[in-house]
Design a protein around this ligand. Structure first.
Ligand SMILES: O=C(CO)[C@H](O)[C@H](O)COP(=O)(O)O
Length: 228
């Protein structure tokens, strides 16, 4: 699977969201961080803003729900126009049922793990998902330093994906930049969320292309990438 870049609008100017979305057209996804001030100590946006963003950009929306009770809310983000919906393992009451509901409604189903949540208890669920998101910062805020200690978890997840022969995308989110993306790619990630590294650049679209090229140069020689 080709490397994909998903710029996070958490680092964009929220008073100009449509323009900021257009500034990264050419990216594979637009990462939309939904925070409820309960699951994480920050509050961002909800379903009506996602509906508006879906109308404002051609880029498919990759909605990351950092919220309590995703079982209730996630289907509404599919209806709002998201192409991929990520819920947190720590918050979902019935992750398999929820993943099936997201898929049945027509979006890609994804599950996220906070840094302290291991992947191994979820091994048998991976076949129900289209993507697994490994947080490489504590969720809640952009601009945090990348947690190197997550690299072994990325590697172990890639091994599980290979062991079961899954077509599961492996996303990383938090502190991904020109100086960390290669380590993530070497460990086995193939979908990269980048907020501040993209939106602090003079040319956000060029920053997306540079990150994609950097990661692609690494994964070109990865055995797991060649297998797809
Ligand atoms: O989910 C997130 C925070 O919870 C953001 O997507 C993430 O932090 C992106 O920002 P940056 O690339 O600046 O770290």
């Amino acid at each position: 699977m080709a490397v994909q870049i998903s710029p996070s609008i958490l680092s964009a100017d929220f008073s100009r969201l449509a323009e900021e979305a257009k500034a990264v057209e050419g990216a594979d996804w637009l990462h939309v961080d939904v925070m409820d001030n309960h699951f994480v100590p920050n509050l961002t946006l909800g379903v009506p803003v996602v509906e508006s963003l879906a109308r404002a950009t051609e880029t498919p929306l990759d909605c990351h729900l950092m919220i309590e009770n995703p079982d209730r809310w996630a289907p509404q983000y599919v209806e709002a126009g998201a192409g991929s919906v990520t819920f947190h393992a720590e918050a979902a009451a019935a992750p398999v049922r929820l993943a099936r509901e997201i898929r049945a409604k027509g979006a890609r189903a994804s599950m996220a793990l906070k840094p302290a949540t291991p992947v191994e208890p979820y091994e048998d669920l991976l076949s129900e998902l289209d993507m697994l998101l490994i947080m490489t910062v504590e969720p809640g805020f952009g601009g945090q330093a990348f947690l190197d200690i997550m690299l072994p978890k990325i590697r172990r997840t890639r091994e599980l994906i290979s062991k079961h022969g899954l077509e599961l995308w492996l996303q990383v989110d938090g502190g991904v930049s020109a100086s960390t993306i290669e380590r993530c790619a070497e460990a086995g990630a193939d979908v990269f969320v980048a907020g501040s590294a993209v939106y602090s650049a003079d040319d956000p679209a060029a920053a997306v292309r540079m990150l994609r090229d950097q990661a692609a140069a690494v994964t070109a020689s990865a055995p797991w990438a060649c297998a797809h």
